[in-house]
Design a protein around this ligand. Structure first.
Ligand code: SF4
Length: 259
């Protein structure tokens, strides 16, 4: 398990908590828009924290100063030592949030069953049958479906989230994904930030980002199916609240809090 880096303090990565973020190097996907190619390819190694023991020392020193720890990537669930890492973090008294792409449901299930995570954020990148375009192995859609069901049934806090990147996301994709997670407590859409990407040649001259009006349309496409849908990380973003479970998802949507 190689630490790719650590963000020592964050107010936004673990909702409601002052947290640090541990980035584990390596990922089992190759999203062309990945903004940290070094992490995805497992090349990135933290200079200040070259091994996990340094990170553990850091966490020991921050007990009482931080509320939580976010274990992120890359993709944390590909690392055999993840369970042990989570156990050590929990033993220090921290709340633990896992960021995952959802491709390893058996790992997620074990962490949930053993009470080693308090919050799970699962990325939904595009229609589940299009993950081959992101470098996923065949059959990953059933794994993703299993992870989704695990979280929907789970007692821990969770969110699903989608980075809005063309051509992987459009209104139809968001609607399909929202139907797939129907009844979810939180679905967060986030704008793509123009930055370094893993495969710039994939996008050519065209920007993969959505403008503000289009992002609003994406939120509206999801709102009928989930308890709460928010646009995160956009200027002046305010959450749009979806109808409660059991209401008619095909009724027209009225929002009282414009974006
Ligand atoms: S965006 Fe996330 S899932 Fe995709 S390659 Fe990068 S680290 Fe992996």
């Amino acid at each position: 398990m190689i630490p790719g880096g650590i963000q020592k303090t964050s107010l936004i990565d673990y909702p409601g908590k002052l947290a640090c973020v541990i980035f584990l190097s390596g990922c089992n996907l190759r999203c062309p828009y990945c903004h940290n190619p070094g992490l995805a390819e497992g090349r990135l190694r933290s200079m200040e924290f070259p091994d996990m023991s340094r990170i553990m020392d850091f966490l020991e020193r921050r007990i009482g100063l931080l509320d939580g720890v976010v274990v992120s990537g890359g993709e944390p669930t590909i690392h055999p030592g993840l369970e042990s890492l989570c156990r050590k973090i929990k033993a220090m008294g921290y709340a633990l949030k896992l960021d995952t792409n959802g491709t390893r449901p058996r790992v997620i299930r074990r962490l949930l069953e053993k009470g080693l995570v308090d919050y799970v954020a699962m990325d939904l990148k595009t229609d589940l049958d299009r993950y081959g375009e992101l470098g996923a192995r065949d059959g990953v859609n059933s794994a993703l479906g299993e992870s989704i069901r695990l979280l929907l049934r789970s007692a821990v806090t969770y969110e699903f989230r989608t980075t809005c990147v063309k051509p992987f996301v459009d209104e139809t994709v968001v609607k399909n994904l929202a139907r797939t997670i129907r009844g979810a407590r939180l679905y967060a859409l986030q704008p793509f930030q123009e930055t370094v990407v893993l495969r710039p040649e994939f996008f050519g001259e065209k920007s993969p980002a959505f403008d503000r009006r289009s992002l609003q349309a994406l939120v509206r496409a999801a709102v009928p199916y989930v308890e709460r849908c928010i646009l995160r990380g956009a200027d002046n973003a305010a959450p749009l609240e979806g109808p409660m479970r059991g209401s008619n998802p095909d009724r027209p949507v009225t929002t009282t809090r414009p974006l």
